[in-house]
Design a protein around this ligand. Sequence first.
Ligand code: 3PG
Length: 211
Amino acid sequence: MNIIKRIEELKLIPVVVIENPENAYNLGKTLLNVKLPIVEVTFRTKYAVDSLSILKKKYPNMIVGAGTVLKIEQVKAASNTGADFIVSPGFNPKIVDYCVENKILIIPGVNTPTMVEWALERGLKVVKFFPANLSGGTEMLKTLAGPYPEMRFVPTGGINSENLIAYLKLENVIACGGSWIVKKDLISSGKFEKIAELTKAAISLIKSEIR
Ligand code: 3PG
């Protein structure tokens, strides 16, 4: 499967913090039920690896990424679970180079022209734009399209139902990442119906406004 193509089709990556790996079952089920078969599990708790494993084993059709990856060890651990892609908040050349050398899909965070050039130099076609809102938002992305027309972005950080469409309308944006539909507290307190409701609302917004 071409993961980037699939991300581009789905247009939204729910970014999650899982505080109890048991919740990965219901989270996966909920996202699949509302037809958003993708999730990025962040390494912000010690349960990331267990949660990635559960999601990959239980829901083989789901695209499962590992986020907030700050160490090569985390790349290795995530890859061992079968994770489909790696996301990092910043551009750590050691991590990016390790992924490129080992043919592991990485979407590293960038928010300056210099970082875009680091990514281009390594042959990357897609990067995360983080923190999107605080780094100039849609205006910054329009400006980056000038010198770097071939680079594609996944804006993340401050995305919500108010600004999602403005980002997705940009030609150099393939998808947005965000936690607003899958907030940590909703997962921890088992409010999966609320997660389904927020996710469905985001999907209908995308369907009505984009293509
Ligand atoms: C991330 O790591 O990608 C962000 O924490 C997600 O940003 P958000 O919580 O503002 O959606």
